[in-house]
Design a protein around this ligand. Structure first.
Ligand SMILES: [Zn+2]
Length: 347
C-alpha cells in the first residue's frame, strides 16, 4: 500500500525529471512512468479499496490533486518542447523562395551546325537550292568527273581513305570534298544550276590544331548563260558581307584546282584587326578563306552540258574554318571533342 508520504515527493521528482527532458518523447516516457499503468499513482489508486471508507475519500482527493499537479507540469513541459521541435523542423525544411530556380539542362545546336545553317541560309536567300550526296563515293565522281587525272597526288592512299568494295578496292572511297555533289547534280538536272552542298568530308590527316580526318565543307555551284568570274566575285562579296558584317574586303589570288579554270583562293580582310595586322591574321591583315574558280569546260561536258551554251563558277568553303575564324577558336579538334566547357560557350 502506497502512503501519502510516498506520493508527496512525486511532484518534486516529476519537476526535476521534466526539467531534464529534452524531447516530447522523453516527456511522454516520464508521464507514463509517473501516472501510467504500474506507476506509484496507479498503485495508490488501486490501494484505495483497502482503505477505511472514512479515509478513502480524503486520500482519493489527495491522490487526484497530486496526479493533476503532475499532469499540469507534464503538459506544460510537453508544450514547450513541442514548440521547439516544430520550430527546428520548420527551419530544416525551410525553402528560400528568393533563390533562382534550377532549370533542367537543355541541348543546343553545335557551333559547327549553327554556322552550317547560317551559311546555307545566306545562299538560299538569293535562290540557291541545297543539294546533298553520298559520303561513301566512287572515285569517278570524287575525281574523274572533276577533271582530276589518275596520276593526281590527291588520289594517293596517303591522302584519301579508300573503302574496299567488291572487286574494285580502288574505286570506292570516303569523299574528300563536297564537289562530287555538283557532278551528280548536273548529271540529273538541266541548267540553270544554283546549288550549295554542305556536308562531311574525309581526308587521311593526322589530328593537329588545324587538321582532323573528318571536317565540314560547303560546295557552291552556279551554271547559267554567261556566268563569268565577275559573278563569282559579286556572289562571294555578298556572302562575306552577310557572314562577317559590312566592311569586310576580299582579294583573289591565283591558284590551281583541277575542276576550275581560272582558279583562285579568296582572302578576306581580317575581322579582328580590320586589315592592320594582328596575331589572328599572322600580321598580314588577310585571312585565306576559300577556293573558287570558273568551272572547267571539261567538267561541264562530262556532266552532259554544252560549254558553248553555258558557263559556271564553283567555290568550296570549310564550315569549321568559318566557325574558327569568326569565333576565334584556336583548334579545329575542339569541334570534335565532347568537351562541354568548350561547347557551352556557343549555345
Ligand atoms: Zn588581323
Amino acid at each position: 500500500m502506497v502512503s501519502l508520504e510516498d506520493l508527496s515527493g512525486l511532484q518534486t521528482r516529476a519537476e526535476a525529471d521534466l526539467a531534464e527532458a529534452s524531447t516530447v518523447d522523453a516527456v511522454d516516457a516520464i508521464s507514463s512512468a509517473l501516472l501510467g499503468q504500474g506507476s506509484p499513482i496507479a498503485e495508490a489508486r488501486r490501494g484505495l479499496r483497502d482503505v477505511d471508507p472514512d479515509e478513502r475519500r480524503e486520500l482519493g482527493r489527495a491522490i487526484s490533486e497530486i496526479a493533476e499537479a503532475i499532469e499540469a507540469v507534464v503538459d506544460e513541459r510537453r508544450d514547450v518542447l513541442a514548440a521547439i521541435e516544430r520550430a527546428e523542423h520548420l527551419a530544416a525544411d525551410r525553402v528560400d523562395m528568393t533563390l533562382p530556380g534550377r532549370r533542367p539542362q537543355r541541348g543546343s545546336s553545335h557551333l559547327v551546325r549553327q554556322v552550317w545553317e547560317e551559311v546555307v541560309d545566306i545562299f538560299t536567300a538569293i535562290g540557291y537550292t541545297v543539294a546533298s550526296g553520298p559520303e561513301v563515293e566512287t572515285a569517278y565522281y570524287n575525281f574523274d568527273a572533276l577533271n582530276t587525272p589518275p596520276t593526281h597526288p590527291a588520289r594517293l592512299e596517303s591522302d584519301t581513305l579508300y573503302v574496299e568494295y567488291g572487286d574494285d578496292p580502288e574505286g570506292v572511297l570516303l569523299r574528300t570534298q563536297t564537289s562530287p555533289v555538283q557532278a551528280r547534280w548536273m548529271e540529273s538536272h538541266d541548267p540553270p544550276v544554283y546549288i550549295v552542298s554542305p556536308g562531311r568530308v574525309y581526308r587521311r590527316d593526322a589530328v593537329d590544331a588545324t587538321h582532323t580526318p573528318v571536317f565540314h565543307q560547303m560546295e557552291g555551284l552556279a551554271v547559267d548563260d554567261n556566268i563569268t568570274f565577275a559573278d563569282l566575285k559579286g556572289t562571294l562579296a555578298y556572302f562575306i558581307e552577310q557572314f562577317f558584317g559590312p566592311g569586310a574586303r576580299q582579294r583573289f589570288l591565283p591558284n590551281f584546282f583541277p575542276f576550275t579554270e581560272p582558279s583562285a583562293e579568296m582572302h578576306t580582310s581580317c575581322h579582328v584587326c580590320g586589315g592592320s595586322g594582328c596575331r589572328t591574321c599572322g600580321g598580314t591583315g588577310w585571312i585565306e578563306l576559300l577556293g573558287c574558280g570558273v568551272v572547267d569546260p571539261f567538267v561541264l561536258e562530262t556532266a552532259g552540258y554544252d560549254p558553248s551554251q553555258v558557263s559556271g563558277f564553283a567555290f568550296g568553303v570549310g564550315i569549321d574554318r568559318l566557325a574558327m575564324i569568326r569565333y576565334d577558336v584556336p583548334e579545329l579538334r575542339y569541334f570534335f571533342d565532347a568537351d562541354m566547357r568548350v561547347l557551352e560557350q556557343y549555345r
